[in-house]
Design a protein around this ligand. Structure first.
Ligand code: ADP
Ligand code: MG
Length: 305
């Protein structure tokens, strides 16, 4: 089966939303809504590096979309469409069927269209997704807007995926294989949050990007970290290690003024929010436990380790 037949069979479904021209021509065409800025990002998943070789292809399809929608959400934007660059070692129809189903399941859940891509053969299974979204002009939430006095918040729970990676078969594996991009929350924070990032390499490291870009520091309350009940059997240091240094959470970490935090709590959100610390003028990241300083060493995810 030739490349075009793969595209037609697995990657040419009806679009979920408005697309002027989708899969099938040299490029796709979209009409930007009035007064909106294009938000665009890409993320690559390499088999054996970002997921175990034998991962369920449906989960790989889901995750390759979800991690990109998470980046769009982290800008306070609404995702619109994706492009898929697929490098396959061989043509495996069972794999392609399940993969494309997972990809479309995630697209459908968040109202996103697959509008194009590229399909090639290569010795390594590699999936590169580019996501596009829209945000009101000038309203994107970047990493550089954190201000001293801001509250630091994180959605959902952190550390689940890292825990699952070391306990394959545990019920938390769902959090590793099927991360949920926090699209509704991201868009709801537009006009409220001062800075935001999605947590993919560990909360402490990703919060560190906000601190660096904003030229501020932070103090975190360790007891406020949102940790799944499944991790409660671990001792405190182990739990915090997962929560602060575990990767693949795809939760949103944002900073917000106390007044806007109150406004946020008035909104109907589909995910819990935890207030985990405050932004400070003084640089660096420090920790507190029950009101007193606590020394804590964490290890973040290194892409080139
Ligand atoms: P070209 O050679 O002009 O780059 P291709 O033959 O690579 O075009 O692709 C044909 C059409 O199929 C294009 O619209 C392209 O965006 C789309 N396409 C190719 N691979 C994929 C894929 N994996 N998923 C979605 N669309 C794809
Ligand atoms: Mg062409």
């Amino acid at each position: 089966m030739a490349e075009f037949s793969i595209i037609d069979t697995y990657f040419n479904r009806k679009n979920a939303n408005s697309v002027d021209l989708g899969v099938g021509d040299d490029s796709a065409l979209l009409t930007p809504p009035p007064q909106q800025q294009l938000v665009i990002c890409a993320d690559t998943l390499v088999a054996g590096r970002h997921f175990p070789m034998d991962t369920d292809p449906h989960a790989i399809g889901w995750k390759s979309v979800a991690v990109n929608l998470s980046d769009i959400a982290a800008m306070g934007a609404t995702p619109h469409s994706i492009l898929l660059a697929l490098s396959l070692p061989q043509i495996d129809h069972d794999w392609l069927k399940a993969f494309s189903q997972g990809l479309y399941d995630c697209c459908d859940q968040f109202g996103v269209s697959l509008i194009g891509g590229d399909t090639t053969q290569s010795p390594h299974l590699t999936l590169s997704v580019t996501a596009l979204g829209w945000v009101d002009i000038g309203q994107a939430i970047t990493r550089s807007g954190a201000k001293p006095g801001d509250l630091i918040c994180v959605s959902g729970t952190v550390g689940d995926a890292a825990f699952a990676l070391q306990h394959l078969g545990h019920p938390l594996q769902k959090r590793l294989d099927y991360p949920t991009p926090r699209c509704q929350l991201g868009a709801a924070l537009k006009g409220l949050a001062h800075s935001m990032i999605d947590v993919s390499d560990g909360l402490a490291q990703d919060l560190g990007h906000i601190l660096k870009a904003s030229q501020v520091g932070a103090k975190l309350q360790l007891e406020n970290l949102p940790i799944s009940p499944a991790l409660h059997a671990l001792n405190d240091e182990q739990k915090w290690q997962y929560a602060l240094a575990g990767g693949d959470d795809y939760e949103l970490c944002f900073t917000i003024s106390p007044q806007n935090y109150e406004k946020l709590l008035q909104k109907q959100l589909d995910i819990s929010i935890s207030m985990i610390g405050t932004i400070q003028q003084q640089h660096g990241l420090t920790f507190e436990k029950d009101g007193t300083d606590h020394l804590f060493q964490f290890n973040g995810y290194q892409h080139f380790a």
